[in-house]
Design a protein around this ligand. Sequence first.
Ligand code: HEC
Ligand code: HEC
Length: 348
Amino acid sequence: MRHPELHVRRMLRQLRPRGSWCGARMTTSVLAQSWRAMSRVGSMLRVCRNTAPASCLRPASISCAALIVFGITLLAPVPPLAAAEADVQKELASIRKEIAEIKSEARRQPGRRLYNTACMACHGRNGDGRGPMAGALRVKPRDFRQGTYKWRTTPFGALPTDDDLDRTIRDGVSGTEMVPFGAVISAENRALLVEYIKTFSPRFKDSSELAAAALPVSLPAERPFPRSAGSILAGKTLYAAKGCATCHGEGGKGDGPVAAALVDSWGWPIRPWDFTQGYYKSGRTDRDLFRTITTGLNGTPMPGFGPATTVAERWQLVDYLASLANGRSGFWFALFRAEPTGIVYGSN
Ligand code: HEC
Ligand code: HEC
């Protein structure tokens, strides 16, 4: 005989899409079963009549037939249906558990949904920098798993602060597909994103790493002297003396003798910046250049010159780099650069 549970499942499957038609089929099959049972009882009676006295035969056979018919029509479908119901309940319970887990995950990591909408295409679902768009990009999206970030206010090699990450997300990275999200993602939502991308690297949970990131770096808000022909000239001398030209080239076009061979710590080829373009990856102000020269760019061959130079020397370097732009302000670049328009992420 077929397993009762399988039988009921099959009947339920039949029932689901076709509704009352299948209901009718079920009734017919129950009736057919009863009919078959009745005829079996009939043949039993015939056998009895030939072997026992007629007086004891009638009441026994009638009650026997009634019991069998009753049992088949009413009782038979009940146990398999109950089993199916238990099955369904079990499945429902596991679905409810899964939903609760997803909800609590969302409460713990509220930035995840926004990340998957706005960032995942490039940075990958697991933050590995290998999203579906990454392959087509010349400058590869950051792999968040090492906690290695270029634009920071912290010492060379250290983790960034939350504000550092927020600045990059808000203002973007000029000249790359990392567009500025400031206009389309609110400050609160950017804070959720910062918390979320930090979860990709265990370094953000390490107290000694966090302590190293908290070490002070001298980034004064005001420059100690105004730009002048003298400061630019002093910067030019420093540019040669500190070895900037080896990578960035004598004319600052990013074509120094070692430039072509440079790779970043993720194994991608990387070009030293061309200062004659008049715009920079991370901010166009003197303070932005000062910050980069001081802290260096983690994950790239660009070291931090904070320990090896004085504050005044770094401002002189900034003045020299700015003079290389030769009046170019990056205006056309700013005009045509890609920005996410028409969408507001995380507005719900
Ligand atoms: C269209 C592709 C693209 C999208 C979408 C994108 N990024 Fe990026 N992102 C990049 C690229 C490319 C870089 C690497 C820039 C570089 O190293 O010059 C980058 C770098 C970064 C960095 C590293 C900054 C550092 O200091 O090293 C952060 C942080 C970042 N993205 C956050 C985000 C967040 C958050 C989102 C979503 C709101 C996002 N990105 C969406 C392409 C993208
Ligand atoms: C070993 C090679 C190397 C040396 C030496 C070097 N740099 Fe760099 N620098 C780089 C690379 C590579 C980049 C580009 C990083 C990127 O695009 O992500 C860069 C980027 C920069 C930027 C960032 C520009 C921007 O787009 O924001 C500044 C500023 C800079 N360098 C200044 C200097 C100065 C000043 C010196 C000398 C005191 C110097 N660099 C020495 C390799 C070097």
